[in-house]
Design a protein around this ligand. Structure first.
Ligand SMILES: Nc1ncnc2c1ncn2[C@@H]1O[C@H](COP(=O)(O)OP(=O)(O)OP(=O)(O)O)[C@@H](O)[C@H]1O
Ligand SMILES: [Mg+2]
Length: 364
């Protein structure tokens, strides 16, 4: 098992720099998840850790030692990709044993390791089959098994579940959580999936355009996003943003007057200029229909999405801005109705013109 560190890592392909100086550490045994929009550099970061790409600048460390000059096979890592690329003509056993055979592991310990991994992944009854005789989830398990038998210090996963259907993803997510608990290995995991990131991660690193926006525990990012990007990226449905301007500043508080009408007074942690533009952020799940709350928004219902367990009510405010309200269960409001949404001050986030969060106090 091992720690992992990226030290001011940069990567350019030709003229285009796609990783723009990332500093990040994973503790021994930590489950670190990279999230970010398509093309932000997540896979490139994994490939830099794996040694499949060389950094243009900066260092990669595994177990406290710089590994920039080590080949992938010498780094003590194993990588699982989205496309599991099993050898079609080999049995599950041989697929899992292949890497060990190449490295000259003796037959008896090789067999023991494959059987062990197969038991952990509950595919021990499938060892004699070929990949085409397996379901997608079983194939994915073989790909993970192939990584486990190598007993790596660090596991690298690049969207390993994205080819699976929704139900299977949930199963495999639980399997992965169990696997992490059982192996205690350091894991770095790339995903687009909110829920995967929130549930699997000890810590999430939010990447945007080759830069680290914020790293922290899932609920810390949810409650105290450092900036508007993280606020909009973590949480689903995404946080509502409403335009405002700073109408007064005093005594550790700032008042934000919204284009949509009301004004809110919030404790702030950073200096802010009177009159400067700002953005108020409120999560859909922190809004309720009705007028019970500290801050009210009146608008017209544009659309209602009924999801069964919840309804998403889309309001258009007088400013023309959209506001999504998440209600438990069904709702009686319909498109065209006038409606009011309310929230608590403690659930509001305020961002300055640069998108940095300036409101103080972690909304509970
Ligand atoms: N070998 C390469 N040569 C040139 N450009 C590359 C190469 N590999 C990646 N890129 C570019 O680097 C950027 C980051 O790519 P990367 O694959 O890391 O993104 P990603 O965050 O994994 O995206 P996705 O979520 O779509 O998988 C992209 O703009 C991509 O086009
Ligand atoms: Mg990728």
């Amino acid at each position: 098992m091992a720690t992992l560190a990226l030290r001011s890592v940069r990567k350019a392909f030709g003229q285009e720099e796609v990783v723009k100086g990332i500093d990040l550490e994973a503790a021994d045994g930590e489950f670190l998840v990279f999230v970010g929009p398509s093309g932000c550099g997540k896979s490139t970061l994994l490939r830099l850790i794996a040694g499949l790409e060389d950094p243009t600048d900066g260092d990669v460390e595994i177990g406290g030692a710089r590994v920039n000059d080590l080949a992938p096979s010498e780094r003590g890592i194993a990588m699982v990709f989205q496309s599991y690329a099993l050898y079609p003509h080999m049995t599950v056993f041989d697929n899992m044993a292949f890497g060990l055979k190449l490295s000259g592991t003796d037959r008896s310990s090789l067999t023991a390791r494959v059987q062990d991994a197969a038991r952990i992944l509950r595919i021990d009854h499938l060892l004699g089959r070929r990949p085409r005789e397996l379901s997608g989830g079983q194939r994915q398990r073989v790909a993970i098994g192939r990584a486990i038998v190598r007993e790596p210090a660090v596991f690298l996963f690049d969207e390993p579940l994205s080819n699976l259907d929704a139900a299977l993803r949930v199963d495999m997510r639980l399997e992965l959580a169990r696997l992490h608990e059982r192996l205690g290995a350091t894991m770095v995991y790339v995903t687009h999936d909110q829920v995967e990131a929130m549930t699997l991660a000890d810590r999430i690193a939010v990447i945007n355009a080759g830069r680290l926006e914020q790293a922290g525990r899932p609920l810390d990012l949810y409650r105290s996003p450092a900036n508007r990007f993280v606020a909009g990226f973590i949480g689903s449905p995404r946080m509502n943003f409403v335009g405002a301007s700073i109408s007064s500043v005093n005594d550790g508080h700032a008042a934000a007057a919204m284009a949509a009408g009301s004004t809110v007074n919030l404790p702030i942690a950073q200096a802010v200029t009177l009159g400067s533009p700002a953005t108020l952020g409120i999560r859909p799940e922190h809004l309720t229909l009705g007028d019970e709350g500290d801050l009210l928004f009146a608008g017209q219902v544009r659309m209602v999405e009924r999801l069964g367990a919840a309804s998403l009510v889309h309001l258009t405010l007088s400013s023309g801005e959209d506001l999504v309200v998440q209600q438990a269960g069904d709702t009686r409001v319909r498109a065209g109705d006038q409606a009011t949404a309310a929230c608590r001050i403690g659930d509001c986030h305020l961002f300055n013109a640069d998108g940095q969060r300036i409101s103080d106090r972690d909304p509970a």
